[in-house]
Design a protein around this ligand. Sequence first.
Ligand code: DAT
Length: 174
Amino acid sequence: MRIMRRPNILLTGTPGVGKTTLGKELAERTGLVYVNVGELAQEGQLFDGYDDEYQCPILDEDRVVDELEDKMADGGVIVDYHGCDFFPERWFHIVFVLRTDNTNLYNRLENRGYTGKKLQDNVQCEIFQTIYEEAMEAYKGEIVHQLPSNDPEDLERNLEQIMQWIEQWSNENN
Ligand code: DAT
């Protein structure tokens, strides 16, 4: 029996834009596998040093890629991370960059306990559309899509759009 091919999806964007919320719900509804790269790194201690300025461990990108390689080859993986330029380009069939309005994002990050420079830098990251530009440099423009992620209606619309895309991809590739 031939195994059904399923696409790999990257959800990226500034911290707080809603990647985890969307990714987990999408996995629930589609049966695809959700992978949170931050959590994966934490579990496997895939770090390489410590960032004193931001007071957080530095991701060991090579070890993260090694750790995920087999799973990605199988397909059907939803990857969630606030960076995107160190993954192999060939991994992803589509890339979604979630976007949130500044005030909204500010409030979400403040609720998460971010303050001072960390809060400001993350909101600025969104204003300067840093992750969108990173994605446009790392992947073919035609597979990179921005999704508004401000309210529950956006979330539902995004879920439905992505599910439709998955269905179409699956029909074309099986
Ligand atoms: P990320 O994984 O990008 O850091 P998250 O999924 O943890 O973001 O969401 C951050 C917060 O925002 C969390 O409290 C849930 C809320 N949120 C996410 N998506 C939302 C949406 N579409 N509408 C309203 N709130 C949302």
